[in-house]
Structures are given as structure tokens and as C-alpha cells.
Write a protein that binds this ligand. Structure first.
Ligand code: ATP
Length: 237
């Protein structure tokens, strides 16, 4: 089933056309990736799906429901969650408080506790510092916290904006392992990345944006072997 269907999306910031006639489909259960250089319009696309940016044209459908005119809060209630670029965790709050913030709409406190404890099992560094300020975490740990917090909202679609940006190779590996695991546990993922090789490795389908336009889209395996993508994005040839 198509979970997210974006069609004919146009977004302008004054004279800048950030997105032009952009279409994208994400099927339930898959990892879809959007690739492209700085300024290609990737963040704008995610922010428009979330409802933080109003499109000048186009339609967005989520789980067969037209959401183009819904507010951010209404879209979050539908199950759409964005981890923005730069993570934006609450650095003056503790790790535990950050996680509880992700779960603030839920009333099943015991299940929330269990999910937080599972996260701590997986990331002992977060556990050891759970009552310490999030500001004290490394960039990689902050990213894990941001994703953990987003997952506590139980999203149906988790959108990640350049999660690997600025992380050490070890954390990049752990991050992509986490993305795969979250997806295996049933969450659909829309992943914006400049780390093309890693993104194509975990994704089932990919869309390439250049200057606000879709220049290629298809299944990830086919795109990985495409000469243009290899030359322009994978540094081969
Ligand atoms: P990056 O990886 O640098 O975030 P991106 O692919 O996510 O790049 P966007 O951030 O969506 O691209 O930007 C697309 C275009 O829109 C760029 O030309 C950018 O300068 C412009 N832009 C983005 N946000 C705004 C804004 N709030 N006001 C004006 N122009 C903007």
C-alpha cells in the first residue's frame, strides 16, 4: 500500500523555487531515500510533508487521506514525525526528559517505560547519563537520542533529515544499523541523505533531487548501478 503520496509539489521562497513539480511515493514498510546536493530541496520536501511549509501547488496524501491542508499537529496525530537536520534535541533538558517529551501524547506509561529501558539497553551511554543534560552528549549520541525520542511518538512514517551529517564513521554505521532495525520493526522511513552509498544500501527506493526537480527515481538497486548516479553521487567513473 502507498503510505505517502506526494504529487505536483511546488514550493517557492520569494523568488527562489525550492521545489518544482515534485512527485514521490513511499510504500508502507519500506525505507525510501531522497538524495541530492546542498540546496536541492530535500529539507523543504520533508518540511512540506510535515506541514511546516505550505506548498504553492501539489497534493499530499497519507494513508489514503488528503493532508495538504492539515496543521503540523494534525499530521503528527496521523503518525508523521520528522527528525530535523541538526537534531534539535532539548539540550538544557536531561536525556530522560527528552525521551519523555517524545512520548507526551501517550497514556500507556508502562509501555513507554519499557521502550525507554530498551533504548537504554541498546545505548548504555545514554543510560549511564540519563539524568545528565543532553548537551553533554556527543553528536552521535545526540542523534541516537533524537531518533529514540521520535520513535517514542510511535510514528507510522519516520522522516530523517541528514541524520549522518557530522557523525564519526563508527556512529554512521550504528545509525544505519538503527535505521534498518526500526524499519524491520515495522516503521516506514523516509530518509534524506547526502551519504548516497549508505542510503542506497539500506533503502528500497530512491529519488534524486537537483535544483528542486526530480531527476531520477526508482528502486535503489537499479539506481546504484546507474552510470549517472555512479558518476555524480558515488564518485565512480
Ligand atoms: P541542505 O542539505 O543544505 O539542507 P536541501 O536539499 O535540504 O539542502 P533546502 O534546504 O530545501 O535544500 O533548500 C532548497 C532551496 O531553498 C535553497 O536554494 C535554499 O537556499 C532555499 N531555502 C530554504 N529554506 C529557505 C527559507 N526559509 N527562505 C528562503 N529560502 C530558503
Amino acid at each position: 500500500m502507498t503510505l505517502l503520496d506526494v504529487s505536483g509539489l511546488c514550493v517557492r521562497y520569494g523568488r527562489i523555487e525550492a521545489l518544482h513539480d515534485v512527485g514521490l511515493q513511499v510504500r508502507e514498510g519500506e525505507i525510501a531515500t531522497v538524495l541530492g546536493a546542498n540546496g536541492a530541496g530535500k529539507s523543504t520536501l520533508l518540511r512540506t510533508v510535515l506541514g511546516a511549509v505550505r506548498p504553492d501547488a501539489g497534493e499530499i496524501t497519507f494513508a489514503q487521506q488528503a493532508i495538504t491542508t492539515l496543521s503540523i499537529m494534525q499530521r503528527v496525530a496521523c503518525g508523521i514525525v520528522l527528525v530535523p537536520e541538526g537534531r534539535r534535541i532539548a539540550i538544557s533538558m536531561t536525556i530522560e526528559e527528552n525521551l519523555l517529551l517524545g512520548a507526551h501524547r501517550r497514556s500507556d506509561r508502562q509501555v513507554v517505560r519499557m521502550e525507554i529501558d530498551n533504548l537504554y539497553d541498546r545505548f548504555p551511554n545514554l543510560a549511564a547519563r540519563r539524568h545528565g543534560l543532553a548537551a553533554g552528549l556527543s553528536g552521535g549520541e545526540q542523534q541516537m537520542l533524537a531518533i529514540g525520542r521520535a520513535m517514542l511518538a510511535r510514528p507510522r512514517l519516520l522522516m530523517l533529515d541528514e541524520p549522518s551529517l557530522g557523525l564519526s564513521p563508527l556512529f554512521v554505521q550504528r545509525l544505519f544499523d538503527l535505521i534498518v532495525e526500526i524499519n524491520r520493526n515495522g516503521t516506514t522511513i523516509l530518509l534524506v541523505e547526502q551519504n548516497t552509498a549508505q542510503a542506497l544500501r539500506v533503502a528500497t527506493c530512491a529519488t534524486v533531487l537537483e535544483l528542486g526537480r526530480v531527476v531520477m527515481s526508482g528502486d535503489a538497486a537499479t539506481l546504484t548501478n546507474h552510470p549517472y548516479l555512479q558518476a555524480a553521487y558515488l564518485g565512480h567513473g
